[in-house]
Design a protein around this ligand. Sequence first.
Ligand code: AMP
Ligand code: MG
Length: 399
Amino acid sequence: MHEPLLTLDQAVERLLAAAEPVRARETVALADGLGRVLAAPVVSPVAVPPLDNAAMDGYALRTSDWAAGRPLKLSQRIQAGQVGAALQPGEAARIFTGAPVPAGADAVAMQEDCEAQEGWVLIKRPPQPGEHIRRAGEDIAAGQTVLTAGERLTAARLGVAASTGATALTVHRRLRVAVFFTGDELVPPGRPLAPGQIYNSNRAVLTALLQGLGAEVEDLGEVPDDLEATVATLRAASARADVVLTSGGVSVGEADYVRAAVERLGRIEFWRVAMKPGKPLTYGRLGATDFLGLPGNPVSAFVVFGLFVRPFLLRRMGAAVRPPLRLPVPAGFAWDRPGNRREFLRARIEEGRAVLYPNQSSGVLTSVAWAEGLIDLDIGRTVAPGELVPFIPMSELLV
Ligand code: AMP
Ligand code: MG
């Protein structure tokens, strides 16, 4: 199988084209909405704020009444939650942040600019019309669409929905993702290691990443390097899940049975992507279930998850997907080995410059734990210190 290498963008495009959003929807209470994907827009029945209101503690007045040294009569006191009476000429109202501005008033003077005494207030600075008033509807107009289908519910978006009075939201049903980890050498933490064995770290990383994306995770654990065992686990996984995700066993080694197993039960597409780490990317179908095979190397698995699996799963969940942010950051390092694959380096920002983890090997998972993001180095690129390099913040790959 020696097809030409795909570029990263070509591979992402192919994967996204294959991702069918789950159709089923359900209604969730606002309090259960975090991380879910909206399947219907949220339209506000109310204006937010509902009324013009004070942006400061102070005094509401008619600006046309103001003259230097002339006090205004204090006629009322309006707290947040109360509605005052119309302001008459020559009057001012004591008012507090969030309280509706009384009819007739066209400004709020901040209390730091005022002297109040026995029923009168002197406003020492000329107020400007509209000053310190938040306008009705300046956040949200009645009838406005505040959230659209495909948006993922974050804390702030849940707050926006709450501010319109929403109690329940229409979301896509959760995506079911089954995951297993191939390798005779793998042992779950909690057991002693025999010679030649290693602890299964991809399991911790990938199940956490899937949970972070809001998937329902079915964790089938370690599977030995054996064709029949792999076929059996794959069959069980595909029966229960929308997507099956695996790690390891997709290279071209003799103990790599995952592709053969997928071919037994369905069909496979195998792409070699011109990137480092993470060259092999495997996608396939098992009936109605999608299959994604990740490389076993922990750093490769993480990077391939962030750049390919994450956008695939998000689209599958019904979410709108856009490419990860790439922020230009001055390099705090030199790179004088131009590569023939696009390379993703584990980096941090220190004093405004991107610095690299000293060991960039694809087996060194501590580089990922240390990193705040990835430097995206194009094919053939060299870097002198101070040159701008694209930095992908970790948050763009995780959640
Ligand atoms: P493979 O892709 O199966 O050829 O594995 C490549 C490398 O990643 C080997 O050194 C494996 O031991 C290692 N590896 C595979 N799966 C895991 C895992 N789940 N956790 C930690 N390392 C792994
Ligand atoms: Mg293996």
